[in-house]
Each structure stands twice: as C-alpha cells, then as structure tokens.
Design a protein around this ligand. Sequence first.
Ligand code: IYR
Length: 225
Amino acid sequence: MQPHDHVPFRDFVEVPPAEMIARAEAFRADIARRHSCRDFSDRPVPRDVIEAAIAAAGTAPSGANHQPWFFAAIASPALKARVRAAAEAEEHDFYDGGKAPEEWRGALAPLGTDASKPYLETAPWLIAIFAQRRGGVRAGMDAKNYYINESVGIATGFLIAALHAAGVATLTHTPNPMNFLTEICGRPATEKPWLLLVAGYPAATATIPTHALIKKPLGDIMAVL
Ligand code: IYR
C-alpha cells in the first residue's frame, strides 16, 4: 500500500442520539472520579495493564502522525530510588531553596505539597514520558516533528484516562528541571523529558485536597456560539 492510499472509515461505530447522551454522561461521571493521588500503596499493578494503557496512548492523534512520544515504564526499585533522589533534590531547591516564586508557593499552598516525594518509590510504576523533537511515522526515522507538545499532551491524556478506566490512580508529576530522566531511562538527548506519571493503587491513607474538588461549572468553561 502506498502512503497516500486510503481505506474506508471502518472503525467508527455510530450510536443513536439517546445512547450518545447516555454514553457521554457515563464517561463524564466516571472520569469525574479521577483524582490526582499523592499517597500510593506498594501493591503491584500488572505489567499488562500498563502496557495496554500505553498502547492506548499510542493511538492518540499527533502532528503528521509522527507519534513523537516515548514511554519509559519504570518498575525497577533501584531506578525508582534514583528518580526519587533526583526529583527530591530539585523539589528541595524549589520549596526550601527559594526557587519557587511567592505567587507560585501561594497557588500550591492549598494542595499541601512539599519536597518529600516518597510515592516515587512506593508506587509500583513511574511512567517517564519523553517528547521526540525529531522522528517520523516509523521508529528510526529522523524527520522534523510537528505540534510536539500538543501531541504528547493528548497522548498523556489518553494514558491517564486509560489507566483510570482500568482502575489505576495516577499523579502527573513535573520536577523542574527533569533532565535526570534522560540518563536514568537511557534515552537519547534528542528527546525531552516531558512528564513523570506516577501510577498505582491509592494508599488507604490517601486524601484529596478540597481545593482539587473545585471544578468550574460548565457555564464557566464553555459557550455555544
Ligand atoms: N513540582 C512540584 C510543584 C508543583 C507544581 C504544580 I503547578 C502543581 O500543580 C503541583 C506541584 C511538586 O510536585 O511538588
């Protein structure tokens, strides 16, 4: 098949309007139960779950379909310990070393976060997500990638939703800078460490800051024009 060939739009499944509404509402209700988790259990999550969720993320739309992402799924206790040590060093500078601007500290205060990140070792999986500056539709290609941040962001959204649907809690974690992930994960310098997704079961002691329960009503986030 030539790259410019097309096939019928075969995978689309139409449902009647009443069922569309029911499905949209069911998805809303389910995804509304997703909350960022900062206190994880050490209970294992099967590798197959992580692989299926990353495969789902890999179906996301991307610029020119270049799929400019790579997911390093870290289960090794030794590597998780290295990630924790490096991340906590950055967070220590941020929270305790005066790197965090006053306004930023104020914005984070309701979450109660600090430089201590034990969940980076406790959680069964850390998924380090990398953005590829160059690539192509197949691995090993070296073309320019397009809309990299948008593409990786959409894929990460798919990944979070897939893990949630499978019963896995997550945390989007962004130590800044997170260049240490390049070496720990053995990735090339042409890939930018983009986000660290922590995945596992919530600990029995896990809590949700009430600040995180404030969701803007629909009228504040959309308009029908
Ligand atoms: N990376 C830090 C700080 C942090 C920043 C934002 I913006 C958050 O929404 C939450 C935390 C940390 O993980 O503590």
